[in-house]
Design a protein. Structure first.
Length: 151
């Protein structure tokens, strides 16, 4: 089971269509649940992260292997990411990815994480990043199953 907890919702139809496509493709390999929590971006940064963090925390369980997506995290190739998912699934069937809001992820959520992952030092729109994450998860399953796609 893969769970993605994300701050904010998808408004653009083209991004929603891309997300649906990757969710459909992933059904062959695993179940994916996406949980959206309210973006508190109108509050001052620390207050926003705190409120968003509390909402994220409500969806975390002791059974989850938590991976936070953050600029300061470790950068992996697609093959390394696939190996990370494969190895994690051997010891924990619940992998939970956390995508923060405009100001990032609350420090107490980062402290709860088992792994800190970065896709880049660049900043991406959160809605687009959800598509990127799903695509990389899909790519990982293709790699793990020795299926063509990832090159």
């Amino acid at each position: 089971m893969i769970k993605i907890i994300t701050v904010g919702s998808i408004k653009e139809k083209y991004l929603a269509a891309a997300i649906e496509e990757y969710l459909k493709r992933l059904q062959k390999y695993t179940s994916v649940e996406i949980i959206e929590v309210k973006d508190e971006g109108l509050l001052p940064p620390n207050q926003a992260m705190e409120k968003e963090g509390e909402k994220i925390k409500k969806h975390l369980s002791d059974k989850d292997y938590i991976i936070t997506l953050e600029i300061e995290g470790k950068k992996l190739t697609s093959e390394e990411f696939a190996k990370k998912i494969e190895n994690t699934r051997m010891i924990n069937s619940n992998i939970t990815f956390v995508i923060g809001g405009s100001y990032g992820i609350a420090p107490f959520i980062k402290d709860m994480a088992n792994y800190h992952l970065s896709f880049s030092k660049m900043t991406f729109p959160h809605q687009l990043f959800r598509v990127l994450l799903l695509e990389q998860i899909y790519r990982s399953f293709k790699i793990m199953n020795h299926e063509s796609y990832h090159k």
